[in-house]
Design a protein around this ligand. Structure first.
Ligand code: PLP
Length: 393
């Protein structure tokens, strides 16, 4: 009998368990929101959501999705170039372009696919691709798929990026620099102004992933580019509809020619079914709320300040530098971090433990929402202060 060709999977899973890298899902039984409700256990304060502005359960956003489903049906039925291009896609793309101050926009079925398709369309084997070492997995996978010569620069290091450009740029046909605007597992911001300056000097394109900046940063909520006053610099603004925009899908905003090019060259846009109409309509409704109701953003930042201030009162408690509504707490080993997350869960707080290989060092990742009740956050801070003053790390 030949050996079972699938036997290695069990072994691999065993290794993941032993290393503390094993992951599993936690089933949620209720709608999104600041609380995770359960019929069998006390509710938990949800500090692990990307629904930063709490719009996933906004009646207007839900209603827009329902109306679109009534009008178009549940699915787009085909790819955008065949039967799947709907008026709602067009409306959403126009609204995104206007929001980001670009000529045009293109929506993809997910942010991950937006990055894969855009990067692999823009650069190939004769080109150079440079990315921050802490970039999101989708940017890294896009780099692999593109076949471009790919180098990572040290996190946030303009000096390292410049050194790589000096060393490699002249040999490459085209060059693309990719960076998260807000780093998803750290919460800090990329040095975007310096990156855009370098790009201009070295004739490089820049793709900025605004997944965690959109809706949250900038006076209009347009993201880090807006917050830093960089709208005039040419760059490609990518993002997702699945976080502050309360839906599903991804987008790329840029010049008319860029979008036209991607419609012809991005495989993850051409060869996949278009974004479902309900998702497109929900994102469009959320986008309108983001633009017309700044109080959601103001409330979010008040809560970020509340937790930041509370947690900095104890020296034993170390927060990563953050420019966003993602706050990461330094913890210890993988098992200490897992235990802390478990302890918090038992006490009524859902705070995910983020561990290698996702990040180099374990941490608790707290993501804030505009509709977190202030009193619940006070309890959360008080409990963390208590735990950290008791526990050696
Ligand atoms: C920085 C960043 N880019 C891209 C993505 C992918 O977006 P989506 O969830 O829409 O696929 C994410 C989502 O986790 C992200 O955090």
């Amino acid at each position: 009998m030949p050996d079972d060709p699938y036997a290695w999977i069990e072994k691999d899973l065993h290794t993941l368990h032993r290393a503390g890298w094993y992951r599993s899902v936690r089933t949620s039984h209720t709608q999104a929101g600041p609380w995770l409700e359960s019929s069998t256990a006390p509710r938990k304060l949800n500090l692990g959501s990307n629904d930063y502005l709490g719009l996933t359960v906004d009646e207007r956003v839900r209603e827009a999705a329902i109306q679109a489903i009534q009008r178009y049906g549940t699915g787009a039925t085909g790819s955008r170039l065949l039967s799947g291009h709907l008026e709602i896609h067009q409306e959403l793309e126009q609204a995104l372009a206007q929001f980001k101050g670009t000529e045009d926009a293109l929506v993809f079925p997910s942010g991950y696919m937006a990055n894969l398709g855009t990067i692999s369309a823009l650069v190939g084997s004769r080109d150079l691709l440079l990315g921050d070492v802490y970039n999101h997995s989708s940017l890294k996978s896009g780099a692999k798929l593109s076949g471009a010569r790919y180098y990572e620069y040290a996190h946030g290091s303009v000096e390292h990026l410049e050194a790589l450009l000096n060393q490699e740029r002249a040999q490459a046909r085209r060059c693309l620099i990719c960076t998260d605007s807000v780093f998803s597992m750290d919460g800090d911001m990329a040095p975007l102004a310096a990156i855009l300056d370098l790009a201009q000097r070295f004739e490089a394109m820049v793709l900025v992933d605004e997944a965690h900046g959109t809706g949250v940063l900038g006076v209009r909520g347009a993201g880090a580019i807006e917050a830093l006053g960089l709208q005039k610099h040419p760059c490609i603004q990518m993002g997702t509809l699945s976080k502050a925009l309360a839906s599903q899908g991804g987008y790329v905003c840029g010049s008319k020619s860029l979008v036209d090019f991607l419609r012809n060259r991005a495989p993850t846009w051409i060869y996949t079914t278009a974004l479902a109409p309900g998702d497109a309509a929900a994102a469009l409704a959320a986008l309108r709320i983001v633009q017309t109701e700044p109080h959601h953003r103001e409330q979010l930042w008040q809560r970020v300040q509340q937790v930041k201030q509370g947690l900095t009162t104890l020296a034993a408690l170390e927060l990563f530098a953050s420019d966003s509504c993602i706050l990461c707490l330094k913890t210890g080993t993988i098992s200490q971090t897992m235990n802390l997350s478990k302890k918090l869960w038992e006490r009524g707080f859902w705070v995910p433990a983020i561990r290698p290989p996702t990040v180099p060092t374990s941490r608790l990742r707290i993501s804030m929402m505009s509709n977190h009740p202030k009193a619940a956050l006070e309890n959360f801070v008080a409990y963390l202060l208590q735990v950290f003053s008791l526990e050696p790390r």
